[in-house]
Design a protein around this ligand. Structure first.
Ligand code: S5P
Length: 262
């Protein structure tokens, strides 16, 4: 139920620094595509990141699936983020008590907070998870997305769970700037949460393991989401990574322009 504003207009009035950076980037680069690079080798991850870089606003990683992870990988990813002008989103889906997630975010092998502009968390443990992550991430200028809804079949993220997740976000708007969700979450014209939406595909409807796909048009125009997250649809065929990035970037941006006309 909110009046539609362009990404650029939203950037001007947004109170959250991470959201501002993202909205400015989307407007400047004319893309609302995020590519999920779920591969298990460092060289492949870097090569795909370099190929999709020109087309994306956000590169999404699952750093803990990389067999040969090392510090050089994150340094190279940070370099690619600068070269191609994208933000990095480590899709860690934190899900523990505040004290534990603090360490999982800032310490260990991955030291996620030191290189990932954006991360996300489940709300199942209650609000302490946000405070724990905020203690580490806010001083570094990082931003958090809450998982308010999931794309997979039978997900329990619905009803009161989703409503409570939005209420938690409202109480932490300095750090939480949006959601992983399947639809727009704003309740009033004043609210401006960014919704990033996975489960996007143009060619198939599912993956046999519960994933459910919708088109960029359904996600951006019909459901009012802001960023499409595409994984296998882009990197699934190694020979077509650039072509598919351009295809999804164009489909996402065309859907956004259509929404601007409404
Ligand atoms: O509800 C969700 C939330 C996320 S972050 N459903 C998802 O699929 N994801 C992530 O989006 C998932 O972990 C994967 O990295 C990506 C979807 O990949 P694809 O290959 O199915 O497009």
């Amino acid at each position: 139920m909110n009046t539609f504003k362009t990404y650029g207009d939203r950037a001007k009035s947004h109170s959250n620094a991470c959201a501002r950076s993202l909205l400015e980037l989307m407007e400047r680069k004319q893309t609302n595509l995020s590519v999920a690079v779920d591969v298990t080798k460092k060289a492949e991850l870097l090569s795909i990141a370099n190929a999709v870089g020109p087309y994306v606003c956000v590169l999404k990683t699952h750093i803990d699936i990389v067999d040969d992870f090392d510090q050089d990988l994150v340094e190279q990813l940070e370099q690619l983020a600068k070269t191609h002008d994208f933000m990095i989103f480590e899709d860690r889906k934190f899900a523990d008590i505040g004290n534990t997630v603090k360490h999982q975010y800032g310490n260990g092998i991955y030291k996620i907070a030191s290189w990932s502009h954006i991360t996300n968390a489940h709300t199942v443990p209650g609000e302490g998870i946000i405070q724990g992550l905020k203690d580490v991430g806010l001083p570094l200028g990082r931003g958090l997305l809450l998982l308010a809804e999931m794309s997979s079949k039978g997900a329990l993220t619905k009803g009161d769970y989703t409503t409570e997740s939005v209420a938690m976000a409202r109480r932490h708007q300095d750090f939480v700037f949006g959601f992983i969700a399947q639809q727009q979450m704003n309740q009033t014209d004043d609210e401006d949460f960014i919704v990033m939406t996975p489960g996007v595909g143009l060619d198939v409807k599912g993956d046999g393991l519960g994933q459910q796909y919708r088109t960029p048009h359904q996600v951006i125009v019909d459901s009012g989401c802001d960023v499409i997250i595409v994984g296998r649809g882009v990197y699934g065929n190694p020979d077509q990574v650039q072509q598919q990035s351009a295809r999804y970037r164009d489909a996402g941006w065309a859907a956004y322009l259509e929404r601007c006309q409404q």
